[in-house]
Design a protein. Sequence first.
Length: 130
Amino acid sequence: MEYKSNNNVVYSCKYHAVFCPKYRRKVLVDGMEVRFRQIAGQVADELSFEIIEIKAMPDHAHMLLEVDPQLGIHKAVKRIKGRTSHDLRQEFSWLKTCIPALWTNSYFVSTVGGAPLPIVKQYLENQKSV
């Protein structure tokens, strides 16, 4: 198992997060998935956490994240949702007429725990065919 560290914490905190567009609309299409990944990557770089895997379907997004416990998973997910909503609605103006906000207020998060990362990655990959 690999551990990360900052100035005073050594950690291995991996999370599976899922969130959906408002009304479960199928809006992550036509290049939005690629742009979503880019913006999420920028947020991860700014806040110093790692996005291990992203699978964006038209009506929801799965993410496998490794987050510093001092930052917290809540702050990481909320910042990704906030920035992607703002930027995508600016770049894809049709979203403003389609839904009042890009994401719902809620999200699902679960610790990966002792599950091997290849198994979790395989699960995320299989979500495309569900």
